[in-house]
Ligand binder design. Structure first.
Ligand code: FES
Ligand SMILES: [Fe+2]
Length: 363
């Protein structure tokens, strides 16, 4: 920075701004939609997702699928429909959709129009979460611990909901100043460099944390909405993940996963594993709670970073350049409701009722 005194105008100007999520799309991330345990076989439920909604259903095959929620007939929300075999049936006229989101039958036997398809989100289920990718083809792996999940015991919970976009929450992993001031950490070493590896940033840190003690941690930030930590806590290899679903508002719904190796079969070890997971889970919730008042009220700005902000500056550049995606945008929003609000735009004038026969023919 120069030595000249800033003018009054310079002193109080806002500086560079972040572009909120939802403008030009949402970050092209894997988002956790819900807990696996919330969707039993034969069930469908609706969830907030980005600036709209999605449905998650689990058909007879047991595989979960995330789809855009509004029936392509008259737009009824499929979360009030039913699962029939491996298909999702609309409550209104019983049009049925397969797991690819394609309408395979209408209730009365008319052939389904070619455009009668839902947006099919790339969907994955792991570590007790059902994930959807905001885009057509995933550009990176679902966040994982880098070890065989079959060898792990884990516990997955919903954690804090914070009225801020995910990038700001997860930037705080790289905010080494706040780890000291908010969480009471002491660093033996902080990373020299923060290499971006595709859609992730990975580094190591050696620190003391109240609650868990000395820990050398491997850290990987995934997309702009998640962090994975591996370290040894109280003598056990321990894996922690926090991931966030972006919802308009802005709002981030967070989920925490805590894992360690399955018990060895030795007497008492199964209880030790359960106890360890509980202890680490409480530690994670404590971090969330310590961050919560700060993240709940922040008006993000970056015009006064100092030397120690190297880490967070690197993350903000990563988040600024991160691709956004709009592929599903028109399919997940209830535009009729949005148009009806004082700030809404009137929709295009409805001229004719469009019969699928005339427009696109049938499949
Ligand atoms: S609105 Fe879904 S079948 Fe008619
Ligand atoms: Fe924090």
């Amino acid at each position: 920075m120069g030595d000249e005194e800033p003018s009054q105008a310079q002193l109080f100007s806002r500086g560079a701004q972040f572009v909120p999520q939802g403008i030009g799309g949402y970050d092209e991330n894997w988002y956790p939609v819900c807990l696996s345990s919330e969707i039993g076989t034969g069930e469908v439920k609706g969830y907030d997702f980005l600036d709209g909604r999605v449905v998650v259903f689990r058909g007879a095959s047991g595989t979960a699928q995330v789809l855009s929620p509004f029936c392509r007939h008259l737009g009824v929300d499929l979360s009030v429909g039913a699962v029939v075999g491996d298909e999702l049936r609309c409550a209104y006229h019983h049009w049925r959709y397969d797991t690819a989101g394609v309408c395979v039958a209408t209730g009365v036997g008319d052939p389904p129009p070619a455009r009668a398809r839902l947006f099919r989100f790339p969907t994955h289920e792991s570590l007790g979460l059902i994930w959807a990718y905001n885009g057509e083809e995933p550009a990176y792996d679902v966040p994982h611990f880098g070890v065989d999940a079959d060898r792990l015991s884990w516990s997955t919970i919903r954690s804090v909901e914070v009225p801020m976009d995910p990038f700001m929450l997860y930037s705080n992993a790289l905010d080494f100043q706040h780890l000291i001031s908010v969480h009471g950490a002491r660093f033996n070493s902080i990373p020299e460099s923060l290499p971006v590896d595709g859609r992730t940033i990975a580094y190591e840190q050696d620190m003391f944390m109240p609650g868990i003690g000395e820990a050398r941690q491997s850290v990987r930030l995934w997309g702009t909405n998640g962090i994975v930590l591996s370290s040894t806590v109280m003598g056990r290899d321990t894996f922690m993940m926090s991931v966030g679903l972006a919802v308009a508002g802005p709002l981030t719904r967070t989920f925490n996963v805590t894992a360690t190796w399955k018990d060895s079969g030795a007497p008492g070890d199964a209880q030790m594993v359960v106890h360890h997971l509980k202890m680490v889970e409480q530690f994670g919730l404590q971090l969330n709670r310590e961050d919560d008042p700060v993240m709940r009220t922040v008006s993000p700005r970056i015009d006064n970073l100092t030397r120690s902000d190297r880490g967070i500056a690197a993350y903000f550049a990563f988040a600024r350049d991160y691709p956004r995606n709009t592929a599903a945008a028109d399919m997940i929003r209830n535009d009729y409701r949005i148009a009806a609000t004082p700030k809404g735009q009137p929709p295009a004038v409805l001229t004719d009722v469009i019969f699928a026969e005339d427009e696109t023919g049938h499949r």
